[in-house]
Design a protein around this ligand. Structure first.
Ligand code: GUN
Length: 283
């Protein structure tokens, strides 16, 4: 039987449609900070701006010179933190080489109330507390959860195996699955019995960053697979899983492209709406 395709275009369109009236009432403003000209970043930013337009959200693109100094970038961040009209902003990653090692300081400089990427310690820490405190969760983990919820995939009581332990995806999505009562295993490059661990998963989140690394023999029959990876190969785009082989074995799987990607963007927009709601409650 063919699996359920966890179509992120459909699920993100539903989330954006839900957000539209909230955007109209709250009138939030999102600012994108881009340093330099990384081509992949340009494409991601285009998708984020397009989704802002879909929901009617005000947005501004601060495109900064590749050679900007750390001090100058910090001044831009300071200005955005103090601009009452700016609801939320993010600094698109990766940064140019001379700034990359300062990324933690740059993220730390963003006011947690405006950190719509949810990458800062304050917002990540709140994700650790419980589901109720997930106010500005990182956008990709939040998109993964929304994707599962949209397609009525049960999480509670399931064994979720997360492959990858990044601060932006693997670690936070593990906690968010735990917050929804899954039993969670986190696998990484030093996991000894990786294939056996993945085979235990009722839900497998593939966030390894290696093309087609997860093959059909590694997953349990009937598993639900969410593929976070996106890689450009000679044969076109692919994810971290061997989609064509897995789809003969699993009960549900997200495609690449058109799975997690659009969910990440919609979750970023949702965070900007949430940020405005919380800022208004305080003012
Ligand atoms: N680069 C790739 N994905 C992301 C993201 O979600 N946020 C930021 N700031 N940079 C990225």
């Amino acid at each position: 039987m063919s699996p359920l395709i966890l179509d992120g275009k459909v699920a993100s369109a539903a989330l954006l449609e839900f957000l539209k009236p909230l955007v109209e009432t709250l009138d939030p403003k999102l600012v994108v900070v881009q340093v330099g000209n990384d081509p992949a970043s340009a494409s991601y930013i285009k998708q984020k701006v397009k989704s802002c337009d879909t929901v009617g959200m005000r947005h501004e693109h601060r495109h900064l010179d590749e050679g900007i100094s750390l001090e100058e970038l910090m001044e831009v961040i300071d200005g955005l933190n103090n601009d009452e009209d700016v609801t939320g902003f993010f600094v698109q990653l990766p940064l140019p080489a001379h700034l990359e090692s300062h990324a933690p300081d740059i993220i730390k400089a963003i006011n947690p109330m405006k950190d719509i990427d949810g990458f800062g310690a304050y917002n990540l820490g709140k994700v650790f507390l419980s589901k109720e405190f997930e106010h500005l969760p990182p956008a990709t983990p939040s998109g993964i959860i929304r994707l599962l919820e949209h397609f009525d995939i049960e999480i509670a009581g399931k064994h979720a195996v997360v492959v990858g332990r990044s601060n932006t995806v693997g670690k936070p999505v593990s906690i968010m699955l735990l917050n929804r009562n899954a039993t969670v295993t986190i696998c990484h490059s030093k996991t000894k019995d990786l294939e056996d661990q993945i085979r235990k998963g009722d839900i497998v989140i593939a966030a390894v960053g290696r093309p087609k690394m997860i093959t059909a023999d590694m997953v349990k029959e009937g598993a639900v697979v969410v593929d976070v990876g996106i890689h450009s190969t000679d044969d076109g785009l692919c994810g971290d899983t061997d989609f064509d082989a897995l789809k003969l074995k699993v009960s549900a799987i997200s495609p690449v492209p058109g799975g997690v990607g659009p969910m990440t963007v919609a979750s970023l927009i949702r965070n900007c709406v949430t940020a405005k709601e919380r800022q208004m409650a305080i003012r």
